[in-house]
Design a protein around this ligand. Structure first.
Ligand SMILES: NC(=O)C1=CN([C@@H]2O[C@H](COP(=O)(O)OP(=O)(O)OC[C@H]3O[C@@H](n4cnc5c(N)ncnc54)[C@H](OP(=O)(O)O)[C@@H]3O)[C@@H](O)[C@H]2O)C=CC1
Ligand SMILES: CC(C)=CCC[C@@H](C)[C@H]1CC=C2C3=C(CC[C@@]21C)[C@@]1(C)CC[C@H](O)C(C)(C)[C@@H]1CC3
Length: 611
């Protein structure tokens, strides 16, 4: 029976995950099962830490004294780089919403944040450098302190492009930092992952929930496709035209799906487009990603054009749609099994915080490994957008042609055109901003298991196309008024979606960027601020709202006769409401009281007027 070394209520020094920085924390509880301590930082941030990441105040002070004197004697003449902190880390601008109470809290938070002392643990053989921070918070919360850093970081950014934000030098100019310090790594790291190797918070209803989801999802998509292709697409008519089992499989179709994946994989490896560094991993390292999705989309369009010129019959895809889906499903299953097996050889650093509960079913579904790679091919990054999104626009185009063929039209219907154009715009936008995917929770936090594999390779191409598929056999006339209304609706949704995402990305990259420097912010103890004005001051997830408005504009062209074309909208709202809850949970853990303050200032989650 393990006993806790530290007692509830003890004030100790806790290591900030992924770094050598220690902060004063209070022990809140100890879990005998997981052997994790829940500790609270002075700003209210709660974390779970392992015993090895906690040290008593006395031992810590002795360690620091030793470490400092060693550091001084070892490198007497080493030049020190001096720089100021980024305004996103400390509040250079003071927000007008930042109340006195908050300033007090902030000062307290800063005192916590700025007191960490980096300690080279005797037992920490991985430590590459020793660092000393001397900070002064005496003035006010808006005072930027000098940080003296010695670093022997091997993680040079070199001349490569990278996602790390620019640092304000204090003289108004911004410069791209060339050296990555450990502090920086820490601050760019997503929600702390101290207990990454053991997932304790089970999502989606835990083992039982994911077990059912794993069977329900594929069957639900199959049912949707069957209904969509039927003349009568009403839900009541579902059991009428069930296809024979053997009609769901075709080896040639399977071969085409494999070829498609291979073609996209080759395109993704082409040495065109910039090389970007992803977010720092737990071990402080970063992975490189080739950003060439937009070029790949253009090349795919050329390939489809050539195929059409060669009179390849694209309507084959429409005629064998169910078989394409079952082939994709088989690939998803095989890939998930491969991913699960290979994760056994992944090191602790390579595991995802969310998919390592120890329960096989759960971990298989959520994904154990964070960034599985085969040589240069990052399987998750590749799957997340390439085959699915490209497949989506290709299938939409196929449906457009199928509609003309089936309904004897000379031109596609306005409804079909709108669906194709709206969705193409979204996909093009996605590839244009492909690099931003690297900061999203799917890449930074989620493992790659059945859920994402299925989502990326089966769910996206076969359900996001359901409006176009539906329109092939369910024509819907649109008046000029409706056409204009839908164009405006999609435009408004897109504007909100794009502006919110770009604003947040620009702000995280460089808060003093003129495009975002006017925004009011709430500072947090991690050093990153939260935007509290503009779109992000209207609702807490304006980007989700924009996406949902677009989703509505994509479904409405199909009319009101059936629920089927609204499947995407229902999925999107469900996913984003759940995603919002997940994200807020992480943000509360990460930002503590500052997050609560943000929620007070911006009470609505996604929809204005709805808490
Ligand atoms: N159509 C589809 O199937 C799907 C579409 N999407 C779309 O993808 C886009 C990205 O969504 P998603 O990845 O969920 O994440 P978000 O872009 O919503 O990012 C959430 C993160 O933003 C940061 N943040 C939150 N509030 C603020 C604030 N006020 N100021 C500054 N930063 C803040 C936090 O990260 P931190 O502070 O750590 O930087 C938080 O974790 C959305 O537009 C969404 O609609 C997403 C999923 C599915
Ligand atoms: C039912 C089920 C298993 C769902 C899995 C969810 C996935 C389909 C989606 C989760 C997040 C996604 C994102 C995109 C596609 C859908 C999935 C994978 C996205 C890459 C599409 C392009 C956008 O521009 C985007 C980058 C904002 C977006 C990110 C999230």
């Amino acid at each position: 029976m393990p006993t806790a070394r530290f007692q509830i209520g003890d004030t100790v020094m806790g290591r900030w995950p992924g770094s050598n920085l220690y902060y004063e924390v209070k022990v809140l509880s100890y879990d005998n099962k997981t052997r994790l301590y829940t500790v609270i930082y002075k700003d209210g941030t709660e974390l779970e830490l392992k015993e090895s990441d906690i040290t008593s105040l006395t031992v810590f002070k002795q360690g620091v004294t030793r470490s400092r004197s060693r550091s001084r004697s070892r490198s007497p003449g080493r030049p020190r780089r001096s720089r100021s902190r980024s305004p996103a880390r400390t509040p250079r601008r003071s927000s007008s919403r930042t109340t006195d109470v908050h300033k007090e809290k902030l000062k307290e938070a800063l005192e916590v944040r700025l007191t960490p002392v980096s300690m080279t643990h005797e037992n920490n053989s991985n430590s590459k450098h020793e660092k000393k921070e001397e900070n002064n918070t005496a003035n006010t919360a808006s005072t930027i302190t000098e940080e003296k850093t010695e670093t022997e970081s091997e993680n040079q950014a070199g001349g490569r492009y990278n996602l790390r934000r620019r640092k304000d030098q204090g003289d108004g100019k911004t410069v791209e930092l060339e050296q990555k310090t450990e502090t920086e790594t820490l601050l760019r790291t997503k929600p702390p992952t101290a207990s990454a190797i053991k997932t304790t918070d089970l999502e989606f209803g835990g083992r039982v929930g994911v077990f059912f989801l794993m069977f329900l999802l594929p069957v639900a998509v199959l049912a949707l496709l069957i209904l969509c292709g039927q003349k009568d697409a009403s839900l009541q008519s579902f059991p009428l035209e069930l296809p024979a089992l053997e009609s769901l499989w075709d080896c040639q179709v399977f071969g085409i799906v494999l070829l498609w994946l291979l073609f996209q994989a080759v395109l993704s490896l082409l040495p065109v487009g910039k090389l970007v560094e992803g977010m720092p991993l737990k071990n402080g390292k970063t992975l490189k990603y080739r950003i060439n999705g937009f070029y790949a989309l253009l090349l795919t369009a050329v390939a489809v054009g050539v195929a059409m010129y060669q009179e390849v019959d694209l309507s084959y895809i429409h005629a064998h749609f169910l078989q394409f889906y079952t082939s994709a499903l088989l690939i998803v299953t095989l890939l998930s099994i491969y991913l699960f097996i290979r994760s056994r050889w992944a090191s602790e650093d390579e595991l995802a915080p969310g998919g390592n509960s120890g329960y096989i079913i759960y971990d298989f579904f959520m994904g154990r490994e964070l960034n599985p790679r085969i040589k240069n091919l990052d399987i998750k990054f590749f799957c997340e957008m390439r085959p699915g999104l490209m497949g989506w626009v290709l299938i939409n185009f196929v449906m457009l042609q199928a509609e003309m063929k089936h309904q004897n039209l000379e031109n596609p219907s306005p409804a079909m055109l709108l669906v194709n154009i709206f969705q193409l715009l979204w996909v093009v936008d996605g590839f244009w901003h492909e690099e931003k995917l690297l900061t999203m929770m799917d890449i930074v936090y989620d493992g790659f298991g059945f859920m994402l594999t299925f989502g990326d390779l089966a769910f996206v191409p076969f359900t996001f196309t359901c409006q176009a598929y539906y329109l092939v056999s369910h024509p819907n006339e649109l008046s000029a008024f409706w056409i204009i209304t839908l164009i405006i609706m999609n435009g408004v949704g897109y504007y909100i979606f794009r502006k919110a995402n770009s604003q947040k990305f620009a702000f995280r990259k460089n808060p003093s960027d003129p495009a975002v420097s006017h925004l009011k912010t709430i500072p947090t103890a991690t050093g990153e601020s939260l935007i509290v004005s503009g779109l992000w001051g209207w609702v807490r997830h304006p980007n989700y709202l924009g996406d949902i408005i677009m989703g509505l504009a994509w479904s409405l062209p199909c009319g009101f006769n059936h629920l089927i074309p609204y499947f995407y909208l229902i999925y999107l709202i469900t996913l984003l409401v759940h995603r919002n809850a997940r994200d807020e949970h992480q943000c509360r853990k990460k930002y503590g009281s500052a997050w609560d303050e943000y929620c007070k200032a911006v009470p609505f989650r996604i929809f204005p007027g709805i808490y």
